[in-house]
Structure formats: structure tokens, C-alpha cells
Design a binder for this molecule. Sequence first.
Ligand code: 3PG
Length: 472
Amino acid sequence: MSKAHFGLIGLGVMGENLVLNAERNGFSSVVYNRTFTKTEQFLNGRGAGKQIFGAKDLKDFVSKLERPRRILMMIKAGSAIDSVIETISPFLESGDLLIDGGNSEFRDTERRVSDLESRSFGFIGMGISGGSKGALEGPSMMPGGTKASYEAIESLVSRMSAQVEDGPCVTYIGPGGSGHFVKTVHNGIEYAIEQILSEAYDLMRRLTGMSGVEMAEVMGKWNKTEELSSYLVEITEACLRVKDPEDGDDLVEKIMDKAGQKGTGLWTVLSALELGAPVPTIYAALNARVISSIKDQRLSAQKIIQSPPIKPFDLGDPQSGMPILMDSVVLSCFASYAQGMELLRLGSEQYDYKLDMPSIAQIWKGGCIIRSQLLSRIQSAFNAHPALPNLMVDPWFASEVNKRLSSLASVVAGGVTSGIPLPCMTSTLDYINSYRTGRLPQNLVQAMRDCFGSHTYQRVDKEGIFHTNWIE
Ligand code: 3PG
């Protein structure tokens, strides 16, 4: 057998689909899994009759690959990655390349890149988004590491990734852990949009008693608009249409209202806090998942803390896609992207990643979970102004915000009066209101800090640093 082009470690669903994708694109492959029975099952099943071969151990695996070896690891983030690196590295030779395609914490990737480069191997931390279908058909890929390492995998990943009108959904992201940093922020935006759509669903359901199909119709209308056409709206429509085969009720109503998470949303918020990036909509989505998970406490509290009666308020005509509600969803999605992009910009400065914002928007246009038509507008906004401080001040976004803000305010006000939690929409309204307010009340915060802690303050009418004895 001639040596294979590509190696894959970890035959989970993502791993299986990615290797099938590579093979379909002309890259013969060798696969290794910790348990060989899994490898055998795959080779006799989905991998049968293809240019995919198995290996029983890592030495055998490495020996079956052409040089420089390109090895994608699709295994659980954390210590499992370090342990595979340690086990495989004695068999590797100079120039061979390991790719971590999981959701690793970007600082871990940073460490691994410098460790492996110092041993003359390459290491790429590559965020991959698209779920299992995307992995098979073409995901969005976010590879970070040295440029030379990227060049060694460029032909492979540009064929495997999703394709949009202006190219493949993969680009060299930057050095070190930048690929995983960008994937983490991608997931933070994903958390926010999922929560925003869930808030819209909650409002429709609780205020109007619409059925799953009726709500799905609204989502279907939204998915035809430039502002909301996206994969997440598309799957929300699909989820709302599904019936429980046991009794024909909407299946979504049978699902326990506790949302899980695997860590990337939390890391997005932690990075934002460290970098001083305001991400209230994303943070609200994370908190919403956390509060959802304390179901027992919520059920008890429901009996103790009274909720005001629901006072119906206008979401707009369902036949026209509930325009008032849609405005609120649109602005909350704008805010999610704006906050994520701002976090990327600040991270890029802090870690010297030199992120190219239009390219990131471009590779998110296809394959990934947050793909949306809006990303073309985001790409254009950053093309026009590469150092744009906030997406919402781009002329197109600003005019949309101005048109839709009163709808968001009325929906949030309605939710507040009726006791319906709308964490992402409420945070978005506060975010926009704060961002557009030239004078905030933090002058008083500064006065208090100076009063009790002599922290000093600046003045608006003259230069300098001041301190006052506030209490005689
Ligand atoms: C992933 O990358 O696995 C998901 O897109 C996000 O996962 P989570 O919602 O379980 O954190």
C-alpha cells in the first residue's frame, strides 16, 4: 500500500465524518481509535470500499502516512490531547504536523504550538464548526499556528471546507491559539443567537398561545429576510414543526428546559472580562443556560415569588412575520455579532494575532452554525473600515438600529411588565442604550471611589488628575 495522505485520530461522529470528507476530496486516509473494534466497525461500515485504512497502534498509524505527516486529532479537549501528543511524538519526524480539531481552550493551544514547534513538529489548533453534517459535507474551519504549518494543510482544508461564492470557508487565522480563540468566540455568538430565538419562541407561545407550526411559519418568514436568513433560524423552524410520535403534540414542549454547555460560551465570557470587551448579550445567554439548569430551585421559587399577570402586548401580525418581535430579534443578533467581533478585535490586539476581520466573516458565511446572510454585511462593514470599533456604527447597521430600536424597547418593556424573562433582548437594549449615550452616570461612581478610597478622578472641563475631600 502506498502511504496515505492524511491521518485521523478519534472516530467519534465528527472524526468519522471528517475522514469521509477528506477521502471524498481525494485524500487517502489512515484512521486510529483508542479501541480497535471501533476502527474495525467503521472500516467495515461507512468506511468500506474507500481509500481509508486502519491502524492498530500509533506507531503503525504513523508509519502508514506520507511525509510530512498531516494528522488530525478529533478527541476530547483537555488532558487527552496532551496524552496523545506524548504517545505519538516518539514516532514523528521533523516537519510532521498535528492538528487539534476539537474545542480546546486557546491558551492550551498556545502552549502546544510553542512546545511542538520547539521540537521541530508543527501544531495547528483548528476550530471546526458545522456539527456532524457540516463535518461530512463541508464545515467552516478556523486553523491557527505558524503560517508554514498552515501551508502544509492548505490544499487539504480548502477542499474539505464549505464553499461560498467568494471562496472556501477556511483561511489562515493567525499564530498560536488564534484558531481556537476565534472558534470560542464563534460559539459565544452561537449561544446568544440560540437564546434570542428561544426568547422569541417564549414570547410567541406565552402571549399568543401559537402552536409549534404557527411559530415555525413565523421563523420560515424570518428565514427569507436578509437580516435573519441563517442556519439557526432554519433549524428553529424545523424543531418547532416536529411532533412527538407518541401523542402528536409539539415535541419541543416535552423537552426538559435545562440547557447544557461544554465550555466555549464560558471561555468567551471569561476572555471578554479579561480583555475589557463588553459582551452583555453573550453573557446573558450563558447565564440563561446556568439559571435554566437549576430547575428544582426555579420550581420552588415559582411557588414563593409572585409573577405579575401577563399583560398582552403587540408583537406584530403573524401573517407579516410579527415585525415588532422580528425587530427585537434582529437587533439582538446584531448585538451578538457586534460583541463577538469586538472581542475578536481586542483579543487580536492583546495577543498580537493580527486577525483579519473580513476574512473571519467570510469563512463564517458557510458551513458553520452561525452562518447567516448578515455575515456578508459584516464582511463589507470590516472591508470598508478594517478598524471599525463596533459593527453598529457602520452606516448600514446604524440605520437598521435606528429603524428598529423602538420595537426592541416596546418588547422588552412588555416582557418586564409581564414578568417574562428576556435576558438577551433586555441586555441588548441596555447595551445599545449605553453605547449610544454620550454621558453615562459613571461620574458618580468615580466620585464615590474617590470619596472612600481616594482613587482620584478626571474632570470634563480641565486636564489633570483630581482628588477631593468629599466628607469634612
Ligand atoms: C460545539 O462546538 O460543540 C457546539 O457548537 C457548542 O456546544 P455547547 O452548546 O454544548 O457548549
